[in-house]
Design a protein around this ligand. Structure first.
Ligand code: SAM
Length: 335
């Protein structure tokens, strides 16, 4: 079995796909050495999945609005990943998650044109590929940089803690020749962000997209957002989270809502469910894990245009990415 990225994982991670858990078992049997720390999550396995469709569509819509103003903007990506992924590479092929996400979207023949936010996202991904090819998928660093590239005054700070992903990210970003506009910091994004807030530009987007490989990530997101709001209450904060049967996952959006309300700031929450979260059994009585059934984005100080944009895009995501009758979306806002 090929699972070259594997060092160690937390088998309690409900939403890791079945192949990944098989890798974990294989690794345990092969007594793969723990070459460093405890992080095994590699976004390459998940690139272009339904969660990426949601998070990157929202990220792009937020950014598009923020760059309409001339004033300089700083964007922080607290959990950057490798930056660029191949959908025909070993990692992506092993899990084939993009087949149920981005690839399904672009292969669909919807009755109506894509909603503008969804079309913008599809076009942006397409711009990294040759015509009619979908081999390359840009992660958040490349999506953000693409939007900022014409604006020298803007800055992008990328945090990534995994040594291999940091190396890949560094090599990928180097090709952009973006100079001092983009900085890569190999450090803990939850902590690292503190020294940059408030930014000199006084305009910032903090995009927080952890792997939630560690249960403590849920609490750390809330602590980071609470601390950041104290340092810089007018910043825009966009947090992705998985929706899985785990108390911490359910609590996180509630905590973020409370933080926004306490700070007197507006917020928006969007979720996308593509299938039921119920465990199934195969013919032999083995439990089949469903993989990630749903995820959400929570934004504090969202652009005023975001809700209307998602009201059009989310129903299409449901219609085009649904895997069973449990597929649905929610969209709420407040503050
Ligand atoms: C979900 S992936 C990021 C995907 C990326 N944001 C995108 O949309 O393309 C999460 C990444 O966070 C990294 N990571 C985990 N804990 C971290 C931490 N405390 N600080 C910074 N990066 C971390 C992981 O190595 C992984 O690459």
């Amino acid at each position: 079995m090929r699972c070259e990225a594997l060092h160690y994982t937390n088998p309690g991670d409900f939403w890791l796909p079945p192949f990944f858990l098989r890798c974990v078992k294989a690794a345990a049997q092969d007594t793969v050495s723990l070459s460093w720390g405890m992080f095994s999550y590699r976004h390459a396995f998940h690139a272009g999945n339904h969660a990426d469709v949601l998070k990157h569509t929202v990220l792009l819509a937020v950014l598009r609005h923020m760059v309409q103003k001339d004033a300089a903007l700083t964007v922080f990506d607290t959990h950057a990943g490798a930056g660029l992924y191949r959908l025909d590479g070993d990692y992506a092929q092993t899990s084939a998650e993009a087949a149920d996400g981005f690839l399904k979207l672009v292969a669909s023949k919807p009755d109506q044109p894509f909603a503008p936010a969804l079309q913008d996202y599809v076009d942006l991904v397409a711009s990294f590929n040759k015509k009619d090819s979908h081999k390359v998928y840009p992660g958040s660093p490349f999506i953000i940089q693409r939007v900022l590239q014409e604006r020298d005054r803007d800055k992008l700070k990328l945090f990534e803690i995994h040594p291999t992903d940091t190396k890949t990210l560094t090599a990928n970003i180097a090709q952009l020749e973006a100079g001092r506009q983009v900085a890569i910091l190999r450090e803990d994004g939850f902590e690292g962000i503190k020294k940059f807030l408030p930014p000199p530009s006084r305009r910032a987007l903090v995009f927080c997209d952890p792997s939630y490989e560690l249960k403590t990530d849920y609490g750390r997101v809330a602590v980071m957002v609470a601390d950041s709001l104290q340092r810089f209450v007018t910043g825009t904060y966009a947090v992705w989270y998985p929706i899985i049967p785990r108390p911490e996952a359910h609590d996180l959006p509630k905590k973020l809502k409370t933080l926004a309300n306490k700070a007197g700031k507006s917020w928006l929450g969007a979720t996308l469910t593509v299938k039921s979260s119920k465990l199934l059994q195969d013919g032999a009585g083995e439990v089949i894990r469903p993989g990630l059934p749903a995820s959400g984005m929570f934004i504090i100080n969202p652009p005023h245009t975001l809700k209307a944009a998602l009201q059009l895009a989310l129903p299409q995501m449901v219609a085009l990415l649904k895997q069973d009758q449990h597929a649905a979306f929610t969209l709420e806002s407040g503050g």
